[in-house]
Design a binder for this molecule. Structure first.
Ligand code: FAD
Length: 309
């Protein structure tokens, strides 16, 4: 079996940036696209905050451009998911969903993280049309609008507070009567006159028209009363699942499953690097993912150079 210089797992902004850099460095990367080629940005419409596009760009188009750029330098894409890796010895071994095995001297893991959804009908098609899992990304589109944020942790408080810069009213819908968020984050949200809380409440239906979200049905979990609430935007802030199940017991992770890295993209195993949302539960932006993909690629190059001496 041929031993690859570098295998890249995942084709969001992190993996595709790593692909562009390693391909230009003539490392002939093989990139596994997984079940969601292009990653999370293919789920959205307008991306307004990726530098270089003064008029914004549609998420799927941005990702298609990144792939095209990698292909220009002969990056080799394989449309399958990696199901298993053996990192206990080198060369590392990867097995994909077709049971095909690959050997690689280095691996870049850029498998991202998936936002948690409530599981209500219509969610997939409403993403980017009134439903969002990223307040930082989409808040700007809700100037003077009414929005609802679902969640009770730090992210929900932070998202709600951030959204008050744009929206005229922000409601936080939370299942319990107490918040999980830290005290300072709670205080900041509670002292904001634009924010109101709906405790003991759950969104149980999303209402829509041709344009997207128009309202929600909120069930009071104590009384079972159902209220119909108009809203322009619905923001989920109930956490993310990093795509790391196939790496369990092989790499250091935090208690949520995000990969632990040091010095940028280094994992606890020499020659295995991680970049993007899979190792970043804080920034979760396309540009930070792309930046860390570049770091991972440069580390791979230097690691391989060092191996030769
Ligand atoms: C709806 C939405 C809108 C957003 N809007 C913006 C925005 O406007 N601006 C912004 O900066 N950010 C935005 N974000 C956040 C941004 O999309 C993410 O921060 C970014 O995509 C993370 O990139 P990534 O490369 O780390 O991973 P991802 O984009 O999550 O890509 C992960 C990749 O890994 C692959 N993969 C997963 N598991 C495997 C496996 N086992 N084998 C092989 N491949 C695998 C997937 O198929 C996918 O290709 C948005 C996110 C969402 C969900």
């Amino acid at each position: 079996m041929e031993t690859l210089e570098v295998a890249i797992i995942g084709t969001g902004p992190a993996g595709l940036t790593a692909a562009i850099y390693t391909a230009r460095a003539d490392l002939k990367p093989v990139i596994f696209e997984g079940a969601a080629p292009g990653g999370q940005l293919t789920l959205t419409t307008e991306v307004d905050n990726f530098p270089g596009f003064p008029d914004g760009i549609m998420g799927p188009e941005l990702m298609a451009n990144m792939k095209k750029q990698a292909l220009r330098f002969n990056a080799n894409f394989i449309t399958s998911s990696i199901e298993d890796v053996d990192l206990s010895k080198t060369p590392f071994v990867l097995r994909d969903q077709n049971q095909k095995k690959y050997q690689a001297k280095t691996i870049i893991i850029s498998t991202g993280a998936s936002a948690k959804f409530l599981g209500l009908p219509g969610e997939t098609k409403l993403i980017g049309h009134g439903l969002s899992t990223c307040a930082t990304c989409d808040g700007f589109f809700y100037k003077d609008k009414i929005v609802h944020v679902v969640g009770g942790g730090d992210t929900a408080m932070e998202d709600a507070t951030f959204l008050t810069k744009f929206a005229k009213k922000v409601y936080i819908v939370h299942r319990r009567d107490t918040l999980k968020a830290s005290k300072p984050m709670q205080d900041r949200a509670m002292n904001n006159s634009k924010i109101e809380f709906l405790f003991n409440s759950a969104v149980t239906e999303i209402l829509e028209d041709k344009q997207g979200v128009t309202g929600i049905k909120v069930t009071n979990l104590k009384t079972q009363e159902i209220e119909t609430r108009p809203t322009h935007g619905l923001f989920y802030a109930i956490g993310h699942n990093p795509n790391t199940a196939f790496l369990k017991n092989q790499l250091d992770m935090d208690d949520q499953g995000f990969l632990k890295t040091i010095n940028g993209p280094e994992t606890n195993i020499n020659g295995v690097f991680a970049c993007g949302d899979v190792q970043d539960s804080y920034y979760r932006q396309a540009i930070t993912a792309a930046g860390s993909g570049c770091q991972a690629a440069i580390k791979v190059e230097r690691f391989l150079e060092d191996q030769k001496t």
